[in-house]
Design a protein around this ligand. Structure first.
Ligand SMILES: [Zn+2]
Ligand SMILES: [Zn+2]
Length: 54
């Protein structure tokens, strides 16, 4: 475990962070987005916003 977000930000405590519900990526505070009480990485959140299945 590197403990580094994909954006390059060092994660303070990666084990305590909630991973993305879709891909499981652990993101930093800036990259973790909460959508309807579910956390996603900002990349998956963007995909959701642009491609809602129904
Ligand atoms: Zn994700
Ligand atoms: Zn990040």
């Amino acid at each position: 475990m590197q403990g580094t977000c994909e954006c390059g930000m060092t994660l303070e405590r990666p084990s305590s962070r909630t991973g993305c519900a879709l891909c499981g990526t652990i993101g930093c505070r800036s990259c973790s987005i909460e959508v309807e009480a579910t956390h996603y990485c900002r990349w998956c959140a963007t995909s959701l916003a642009h491609g809602q299945p129904a």
